[in-house]
Design a protein around this ligand. Structure first.
Ligand code: SF4
Ligand code: SF4
Length: 116
């Protein structure tokens, strides 16, 4: 599963630079599939395609947030989720809405970083 940041976040910013997939953004900041990845275009579940460089609306305006579609639980890079490891208030927790197997997470990592 992906990791989610709860509303206990104190906006310290410690997690953001630790993410190997650039899946963490400051509240209110727009995100992109291409940040920290080699993604040039992404097909969404509804079949539509977005440019990797297109700016996406912030998922939270108040707290740091994680883009679930870019989070691999650090699989393929680290032994444990780095955001959770550095967070001083332990507010990076498993997201029950995004459950993925290890295989799926590793495939996601390859998809993000090996795309032509
Ligand atoms: Fe990024 Fe890893 Fe945290 Fe997911 S678990 S948001 S990949 S640092
Ligand atoms: Fe929020 Fe924790 Fe990230 Fe700090 S490390 S910004 S408290 S989620």
């Amino acid at each position: 599963m992906a990791i989610i940041i709860t509303d206990e976040c104190i906006n310290c910013g410690a997690c953001e630079p630790e993410c190997p997939n650039t899946a963490i953004y400051e509240g209110g900041v727009e995100w992109r599939w291409s940040d920290g990845t080699s993604l040039t275009a992404v097909e969404l579940e509804d079949g539509s395609v977005v440019e990797g460089d297109a700016l996406q609306a912030p998922i939270s305006d108040e707290f740091y947030y994680i883009v679930s579609g870019k989070c691999t639980e650090c699989m393929g890079f680290h032994e444990e989720p780095q955001c959770a490891a550095v967070c001083p208030v332990d507010c990076c927790v498993d997201d029950p809405d995004y459950r993925e197997t290890e295989e799926e997470l590793l495939a996601k990592k390859d998809w993000m970083h090996d795309a032509a």
